[in-house]
Unconditional design. Structure first.
Length: 296
């Protein structure tokens, strides 16, 4: 039965040899467990209680939740296969919930990295349209914390030059007003004055062919430009939004105000960014406090 499943993965699903081997190893480990602990010789005889016992066993042997989830996923795929071949009538994992895994905390771009990149753009003697667009785009994201989709869909008509603010439509088309700095307003005006063709498309940011930006291009713009100043592996629009929030909190902005600027419905979402700010406060406190001998 197990060999048939392995053939199914290789021949029908055409998975890579390495992936098939991972499935096989997970299932063999479970097979050994149920034989040694429950004297069961067939995988299909295992019920959810037995699977839970295996999860506890793996946990006690310091296997990470992420690895346990992968092993259970292998089992789940196997049981789905047995349902398909009519070898079982019910998948014992149908109501199983994956174990929680700690989210990897993203480290935002530093203030120096962002300012260095903006300075790089400002010092270009004769920037191309794309360079000028990318400069404005990066400055806008860093100044507002605007989401990817909000940026792509930002129309010139939604920029209030008189009141220094922009109107965006966030998740579930929820309208949000975001203030923008006077310096950014002037930069947008100058950009539109130089590149008059933009007004015809309605969108503030467009490709060199006059089409609206699209997600993969936006990601590439952020990734490639921040590669000039940052060694971070993941350089994304979201990380720049993350940096906006963290730097505001570092400079004393209230978490409630940052929540509103980001368009979060729950304060819990904003608290993720506050963790980075708290770490910065801890470092500053540790370095500067007179009771800390290391501070000199």
């Amino acid at each position: 039965m197990l060999s048939n499943f392995i053939d199914y993965l290789s021949l029908e699903r055409k998975l890579s040899p390495k992936t098939v081997e991972a499935y096989q190893n997970d299932l063999l480990q479970f097979q050994n467990f149920i034989f040694n602990h429950f004297e069961l010789e067939e995988l299909k005889l295992a019920n959810y209680s037995i699977i839970r016992s295996w999860i506890v066993y793996l946990n006690e042997n310091e296997i990470s939740n992420k690895s346990i989830n992968r092993k259970i996923s292998s089992l789940n795929t196997f049981f789905k296969y047995l349902l398909k071949t009519n070898d079982i009538t019910e998948n014992p994992l149908i109501k199983h919930n994956s174990l929680k895994t700690p989210k990897k905390q993203q480290v935002p771009f530093s203030k120096d990295e962002v300012l260095e990149l903006l300075s790089h753009f400002a010092n270009l003697k004769a920037p191309t349209y794309e360079q000028a667009r990318n400069h404005l785009l990066i400055e806008l994201v860093y100044s507002t914390g605007i989401r990817r989709a909000e940026l792509i869909n930002l129309k010139i008509i939604n920029i209030d030059f008189h009141n220094n603010q922009i109107k965006v439509f966030g998740k579930r088309s929820k309208e949000r007003i975001i203030p923008i700095l006077e310096s950014l307003v002037e930069r947008i005006k100058a950009h539109l004055a130089i590149y008059k063709h933009i007004k015809k498309s309605n969108y503030l940011f467009e490709t060199k062919k006059g089409k609206p930006l699209y997600p993969s291009l936006l990601y590439r713009i952020i990734n490639e430009n921040f590669a000039l100043v940052s060694t971070k592996f993941k350089r994304s629009p979201h990380l720049l939004r993350h940096s906006f929030a963290t730097h505001l909190l570092d400079n004393g902005a209230s978490i409630t105000a940052v929540k509103e600027l980001l368009g979060h419905e729950s304060l819990a979402s904003t608290e993720i960014y506050a963790k980075n700010s708290i770490e910065a406060l801890k470092k500053a406190h540790s370095f500067a406090h007179p009771r800390n001998k290391k501070s000199g």
